[in-house]
Design a binder for this molecule. Sequence first.
Ligand code: UDP
Length: 326
Amino acid sequence: MKRVLVSGAAGFIGSHLSDRLLAEGFAVVAVDNFITGHERNIAHLADEPRFEFRRQDVSVPFEIAGSLDYVIHAASPASPKDYLEHPIETLDVGSAGTRNMLEIAQSHGAKFLITSTSESYGDPSVHPQVETYWGNVNPVGPRSCYDESKRFAEAMTMAFHRARGVRTSIARIFNTYGPRMKLNDGRVVPAFLDQALRGEAITIFGDGSQTRSFCYVSDLVDGLYRLMLSDEVYPVNLGNPREMTILEFAENIAESLGLQAGFAYHPLPEDDPKQRQPDISKARRVLGWEPKVPLEEGIRRTVDYFRHLQPPPRAEANSTPAFATS
Ligand code: UDP
């Protein structure tokens, strides 16, 4: 049985990826320090003999006994709110954490996969973003702790590949959403759904003209799994190319959930990227991958999850949601 080390396994993406690996017949060695991940995301795996959990900060060196075939470094605060709260830990996990995970991959002769980000492109001047674009990142702005950490992680990955012959892949993940996101992690999908479910005004940052493209988590995980198995060394974008403005997205959510509380406008955070849309030609070509879950379906599944997490909404405004729960 092949064995995979997954860092950040109690996080949003790491936990879904662990589920997929187990479903594919792998054994999973899961590590997480719970800085932003949560035990509830892996609680369902407590009795799974092929799932081994260890509480571990991967920014300090550690060892794993036994064989490993793949090492996936998915640990990192990922929402702007989280990484602004933990800027040094975010830089550590992308730098020292990546180094430590690469050392483990090398010592086990395992293939390494880093979950990098569309933030490598910063506030992009090339649109949609292609992997050959080098990006436009403010190295000293508030988001730099995340952007530069991931860019460093990509550089460290390429250095281990070139200098030490480690087999490596780099995923650049665009905005992803779905069950197991934290309701209060500040990202736009949980923020809007939480507000809509409570009947509160939706908070739009800036004038809402900035764009994003949202990928459902099972699609993203399928892309990661295919990339793990592939020989592609250079970065591959994984995301859903359906782009919309944040205002359009808010209108969509408000209409779907029957929300009448309106929108509340707040200042745009510093360095908030104005546009973001993945060019996924490379993922289509080298992985045979493209997203399948429509936004409406993904949002319905996410709403179902959030409904079970929070008390019933206070307001009457959303008493007849179009996203019916199952
Ligand atoms: N955003 C918003 N209202 C919110 C949260 C986020 O308008 O309550 C905007 C944010 O300014 C950004 C976009 O939604 O333009 C996506 O933000 P998110 O934090 O989800 O991720 P990002 O793509 O910026 O990393």
